[in-house]
Ligand binder design. Structure first.
Ligand SMILES: *Cc1c(COP(=O)(O)O)cnc(C)c1O
Length: 228
């Protein structure tokens, strides 16, 4: 992959979109049923602006504070942007997250679910939620364990009234992702959730084959990140 300096996000966007379409079509799905979440963490507003100018509207950030530095101005200039939170959310950041993000992909514990519900009422804003599932059961990774997913999803919806629309996973770095994609899909199906956020730069086509409705792609669009 070329390094950051020579990376053209607009050309990359066309490539990623074409590959997404081909993967969807090959799987008997309609390309419009898969949404590209352009992951802009660590990248500056000018790169993001170039993708917006090329028609991209859905973006993802993994840190509330970093997103607060970039997105209020971008959203003011482009009111149709849709911003996804894809990183761990601390309860002391819930207020800021509800104010800024349109989708929260990382709901993973009862205390967070309760805080989100409370803050949605307070701000009269209801960002759609995904429950993050730690499909690889990795100690260092966020997400609810697969065996606890059904109960947790039910608690989020029935007890807290959260608008849960789907599930999200980040497979272990060194494992074949397809098993994780298949597991996530099963969890979505048995909980009657329509949305599946899975697949990143290295494996978004496989994820689409397994039913992803949202792929989260950073490096293949913006180039390598210097940090994280
Ligand atoms: C950074 C990140 C991505 C994008 O990863 P790439 O490999 O750069 O495409 C996707 N999902 C999450 C949760 C991330 O933090």
């Amino acid at each position: 992959m070329p390094d950051d300096g020579n990376f053209d996000p607009v050309a990359n966007l066309a490539t990623v979109r074409a590959r997404m379409s081909a993967a969807a079509t090959a799987a008997g799905r309609h390309p419009r049923d898969v949404t590209l979440v352009a992951v802009s963490k660590t990248h500056g507003a000018s790169k993001i602006e170039s993708l917006i100018a090329a028609g991209q509207r859905v973006f993802g950030e993994n840190r509330v504070q970093e997103a607060q530095g970039k997105y209020p101005a971008l959203k003011a200039a482009h009111p149709d942007l849709e911003l996804h939170l894809i990183g761990p959310l601390q309860t002391n950041k819930v207020r800021d997250a509800i104010a800024l993000f349109d989708i929260i992909e990382t709901v993973d514990r009862p205390k967070l679910a309760a805080e989100l519900a409370k803050e949605m009422v307070r701000q009269n804003r209801r960002p759609a939620c995904f429950v993050q599932v730690n499909t690889g059961e990795e100690a260092q990774k966020a997400g609810v364990a697969p065996r606890d997913a059904d109960t947790f999803i039910r608690t989020c919806i029935r007890e807290h009234g959260l608008p849960v629309v789907g599930v999200m996973c980040i497979p272990p770095f060194d494992e074949e992702p397809s098993l994780h994609f298949a597991l996530l899909r099963k969890i979505a199906e048995r909980n009657a959730l329509a949305k599946l956020s899975m697949g990143m730069s290295a494996d978004y086509e496989a994820a689409i084959r397994f039913g992803a409705t949202h792929v989260r792609v950073g490096t293949a669009l913006f180039g390598a990140r210097n940090v994280r």
